[in-house]
Each structure stands twice: as C-alpha cells, then as structure tokens.
Design a protein around this ligand. Structure first.
Ligand code: ADP
Length: 491
C-alpha cells in the first residue's frame, strides 16, 4: 500500500503555498506564488481574491502532480491569513470587490464610534476581542455600506461574506460548501466564544446579515470534498484553521499553559487555555484555538509590534550590524550590556503596555558602551518584551509552562537561551520550523481518521526539537528586570 499524503494549502499575506506532507509530518514538496498587495489609500490594504484562488489552484495542481494523482492524497488541510474579508456572488462564484486585508485600518473611525457609545466591554466579554479595525466584522459592514455591488448582492440574497478559508472551500467545492472553521470565525467579532454559531446581537450591532455568512464548523473532520473536475478525483478537505492557531497546534501546544511565540517582524504569542474561556484584564485577546466534535479549546493571544524588525532597523537605518544573525556573535562577545537598555518602541508599544504614543529609546549609555553592548541590549529587549507579555498572561490566569518558539528570529541561539533564563521556562525550538503548515497537516490527518486525537497526531508528526533550559543567575536576572522597568518608566 502506498503511504497516504496530506496536501496543505497555506494562504499567507504575501504568498500562497501548497505543501505535501507524509502522515509522519515529513515535507515532500512545496510550491509557492507571491500575492500582489494593493494599497489604494493610506491605511488601506487589499488583495485580489481571484488571484488568491488562481494561484492556490496552480500550486495545488503542482503538488497533486508531484504526488502522482489525486488518489494519492488522503486529505487537504487549509490554513490562512486571518480576518481578511472576501465578498463574493453566490450565483456566479466570483468576487464582488477586492478583499479587505487584516492590516487594513479603514474602519478605525467606526470602531472609535462603537467605543464612544460604550460597546467595547460587552463586545470583549462576548468575543474576547477588542474593538479594532483588525477584525473582520467592521470590514464586512464597511463593504455593505460602501460598495454598490456588495450592497446589491445583499439585497438580492446573492451575497457571501467570508474569510479566506471560506472563499477557498467555496471555490474548491464549486459552491457546494459554504463553511468557515471556528478558529477563523472567532476572529470576525461576530461569534461569541461560547456560541455555536453567529451571534445575532453582534451581527445587528455591526450591521452584518447572518444570511450572508458561512456555516461555522469544526477544525477537523469530513468538512468538504473538492469538486471532481479540479484534480481528476475528489479529495476530502478534513482540516482548517487560522494561521496562528495552526502554528500553536503545529508546535504541539495542546495542554493548558503550553505557549508558542512566533518571532518574525513582530512577535505573536498564543497560550493554550484548554476548555476555559479566556478573560483578560490586560487587553490580551481571547480566541478559539480549535473546535473538535463541537467542543472548543481556547487560547489567549498577545502580540508585540517590534521583534525582528528591530534588527532590520539596526542593520539598515543605523548600520550597526551587517546582518541580523551578526547580533548573536556581538551579544556573545561581551559579558553584559554594560548598563545599556534598548526600548524598541519604534511604532509605539503593543501588549501589555498599549502606548501608541511611546517612542523607542536607548538608555544607560556611557563611554564603556560599544556597538556590541547596544546590540546585546537590543536582543535582551526582545526577551524583556516577552517577559512583560508572560506577566500579563499570568495575571490573566494563563501561566506559561513551556515556550515553543518559531519564526525567522528563533534561529538566534543566544536569544533562545536568554528567553529561557529571563522567563524561567524551558524554551523549545522545533527542528521543522514550518509550524503553521504542520498544524494544518495535523488537523487534516486527524479529520481523515489517520489519527485518533491531536495528541496522537502530534506524537507521530512533530519532531523533538532543541531545548534551552533556564540557568540565569538570580542576581543578574533581578538586575536585568529592574533595569528594564526603570527604562520603561522614563518613556
Ligand atoms: P516575517 O514572517 O514576519 O516576515 P520571519 O519569520 O521571516 O518574518 O523573520 C524575519 C525577521 O527575523 C527579520 O526581521 C530579521 O531581522 C529577523 N532575524 C532573522 N534572523 C535573525 C537572527 N539570527 N537574529 C536576530 N534577528 C533575526
């Protein structure tokens, strides 16, 4: 018998990819195409949903051919950029306008109006999310109020509004399935964390008709099947999840307290909360991690704006390093930062400080300070920002038991060790860093019945990774924490 293969469709913000995995989580092949970014006005970001579909289909077909035909593929798993809204015509199966991307800020004014009218607390209580243009609901309302084709389709009952997962399944099934998974649905601000389906009061508040929304389904199971004409034979779609949730699963954070941090341009942190609904008093987000057999697990989420981009800035704007990896060598060349503290608030401070007005600072400079000390302090700042998040998570009842790291910056060994020391948790870095795609593959394998549980899928599909254990001298740690707090207080 030939081994079953899993096809993952990974819909990123800047590219679309198709990847082929074995049931043991080994990558067999990948195809990738870049996506055009459209910036029609300041603060607006759009994608062409037709392009997303065309490129997904081309990448998927390349992988089906590599596999030796659709019959060789046991399951499809989908993971996607979250919150981005596609509006399409159910009758023609074509987009009605450009997709509004998660980064788009066009609904900032409407969000401010809702806040001023006193809705934020109730919305946060129900959805776990703050009133911010980031989420899909206000983007949907904007399209209904400002795009004639969308408004007309709504009047005539032809309108479909969905996130990218939903759009792809519609196209993959030629309109037979109109679904979204619970993790994506939980980013729309139209789903209550406890509610099985769309919340009528939230839909009313944001002016989104429930009739235009897809059915909310599990993250794994016999969710849909591709139209036979697309790949020569139908392929079951058995796993779906938003990218950060998929990465959390792909990192094996399956028990409460297990946390993953993705260190790329910024840092995205999700902590597993189990079946407990997350409530934050620290402006962290509560979100659905996964829904299996109708039962939900939740995560608490927080992000910091600046992580790897600090090293791009040190390289390109200050010319203090020649490459981001050089930071590691420089940090190792000195015993400490000589009292230098870097606060990387280059675009304000995100969670848990939420100081949009704050600007970056380098403090504690003396004649003893060299480029190596400043660069070391910059790396230390990444650990401190993460520690501040850890404290906020703990205050919200989500203490981190382990920290699994990924993203481009996670290749920095010095940082991984510093995180373990400062946070006093074990830090684990997987051998295979494509954790988002691996998480989608795990869900698809589970949904296709290749494994009986996510834990079984994790045991078979996730490698052991490299561990960094805490070992920082306590006096040093206390001095570091105090120095960071003192520098923050000066902002
Ligand atoms: P994104 O997915 O957000 O584009 P990546 O996960 O590809 O980001 O990570 C790239 C970022 O990580 C860049 O900002 C880069 O400066 C930073 N980076 C990469 N390697 C290192 C390193 N060894 N040390 C510090 N920063 C690094």
């Amino acid at each position: 018998m030939t081994e079953p293969l899993i096809l993952v469709l990974d819909e990123g913000t800047t590219s679309t990819r198709a990847m082929l995995f074995t049931a043991q989580g080994k990558l067999q092949g990948a195809a990738q195409e870049q996506l055009a970014q459209h910036y029609p006005r300041t603060g607006w970001v759009e994608h062409d949903a037709r392009e997303i579909w065309d490129k997904t289909l081309a990448c998927a077909r390349a992988m089906v051919a590599q596999a030796g035909g659709a019959e060789r593929i046991a399951a499809i798993g989908i993971t996607n950029q979250r919150e981005t809204v596609v509006a399409w015509d159910k009758a023609r199966g074509e987009p009605l306008c450009r997709a509004v991307v998660w980064q788009d800020r066009r609904t900032a004014e409407f969000c401010a109006e809702l806040r001023a009218a006193g809705h934020e607390e109730a919305v946060q209580e129900k959805t776990g999310l703050l009133l911010d243009p980031y989420f899909s609901g206000t983007k949907m309302r904007w399209l209904l109020g400002n795009d004639d084709a969308v408004a007309e389709a709504a009047r005539e009952g032809r309108l479909a509004l969905g996130t990218v997962d939903s759009w792809l399944v519609w196209k993959l099934t030629r309109g037979r399935s109109f679904i979204t998974d619970a993790s994506n649905a939980s980013r729309t601000q139209l789903l209550a964390l406890e509610g099985a389906s769309w919340d009528p009061a939230l839909c009313d508040l944001l002016g989104v008709p429930i009739s235009a929304l897809p059915a909310v389904v599990d993250n794994a199971g016999p969710l849909a099947a591709t139209h036979p004409d697309l790949f020569g034979a139908p392929i079951p779609i058995t796993g779906m999840a938003g990218d950060q949730q998929a990465a959390t699963i792909g990192q094996g954070c399956l028990a409460p307290g297990e946390t993953k941090a993705t260190f790329g341009t910024g840092a995205f942190v999700l902590a597993n909360k189990g079946a407990a609904i997350p409530r934050s008093a620290n402006r962290l987000l509560g979100t659905v991690l996964h829904q299996l057999g109708g039962r939900r697990h939740y995560a608490l989420e927080g992000s910091v704006f600046v992580a790897g981009s600090l090293f791009q800035w040190l390289r390109d704007s200050l010319q203090m390093i020649v490459s981001a990896p050089e930071s590691e060598e420089l940090a190792r060349s000195v015993p400490d930062s000589a009292g230098v503290v870097v606060i990387p608030a280059l675009s304000g401070l995100g969670a848990p400080h939420w100081r949009a007005d704050a600007r970056a600072a380098i403090t504690g400079l003396s004649f003893a300070a060299t480029r190596a000390h400043v660069v070391r302090a910059a790396l230390e700042a990444i650990s401190h920002q993460t520690q501040d998040l850890a404290a906020a998570f703990a205050a919200d009842g989500a203490e981190w038991t382990t920290l699994r790291i990924d993203g481009g910056m996670s290749s920095n060994d010095w940082l991984a060790q510093d995180l373990a020391g400062l946070l006093q948790v074990s830090v684990v870095r997987p051998d295979f860093v494509e954790t988002t795609a691996l998480g989608a593959a795990m869900l698809a394998a589970l949904g296709a019945g290749l494994y009986g549980s996510l834990a079984e899928a994790a045991a078979a599909m996730i490698g052991s990774g490299e561990r960094f254990e805490p070992g920082m001298d306590d006096a040093v740690r206390q001095r570091r924490l105090a120095g960071w707090q003192a520098a923050l207080a000066k902002l």
